[in-house]
Design a protein around this ligand. Structure first.
Ligand code: FES
Ligand code: FES
Length: 152
């Protein structure tokens, strides 16, 4: 059993200690916004925050999160999250959508750290988030747009 907080709610899960956090969150807790893409920390579709830092939940054993705070796309909140959601909608970023919760989690983490990122800041931060639909240009524009919103 592992006890942790997810999106502000304390939970106790019964999955084996070495079960990846992604499986626990999707299958045991029913939060399906985070996706399985590669399972080997290469695509970013499963990105969540662990104590406010992005992690690849597909390779994070649930035992690692005991007593800690997990945030998923369902619980992403606050001004940065709102700016990201608004920009994603305004610029119609999403195509199939499969990668986008991971993209938005990574983008929000970037904007929390660097409120007005350059193109190269964006490229560096987002490089590990793969999009099979090739929405990279719209993602970059949306991050700039969210940064503008956060200035006002
Ligand atoms: S599913 Fe976790 S990085 Fe691809
Ligand atoms: S929107 Fe389809 S994989 Fe990114």
């Amino acid at each position: 059993m592992t006890k942790f907080t997810i999106n502000g709610r304390e939970v106790t899960v019964t999955s084996e200690d070495d079960t990846p956090l992604l499986w626990v969150v999707r299958d045991e807790l029913g939060l399906i916004g985070s996706k399985f893409g590669c399972g080997i920390a290469q695509c970013g579709a499963c990105t969540m925050y662990l104590d406010s830092q992005p992690v690849r939940a597909c390779v994070t054993p649930v035992s690692d999160v005991a007593g800690r705070e997990v945030t998923t796309i369902e619980g992403l909140s606050g001004p940065v999250a709102e700016a990201v959601r608004g920009a994603w909608q305004k610029l119609d970023v999403v195509q199939c959508g499969y990668c986008q919760s991971g993209q938005m989690m990574t983008a929000a983490a970037l904007l929390s750290e660097i409120p007005a990122p350059s193109d190269s800041d964006i490229d560096n931060a987002m490089t590990g988030n793969i999009c099979r639909c090739n929405t990279y240009q719209r993602i970059r524009a949306a991050i700039h747009s969210a940064a503008e919103t956060l200035k006002t």
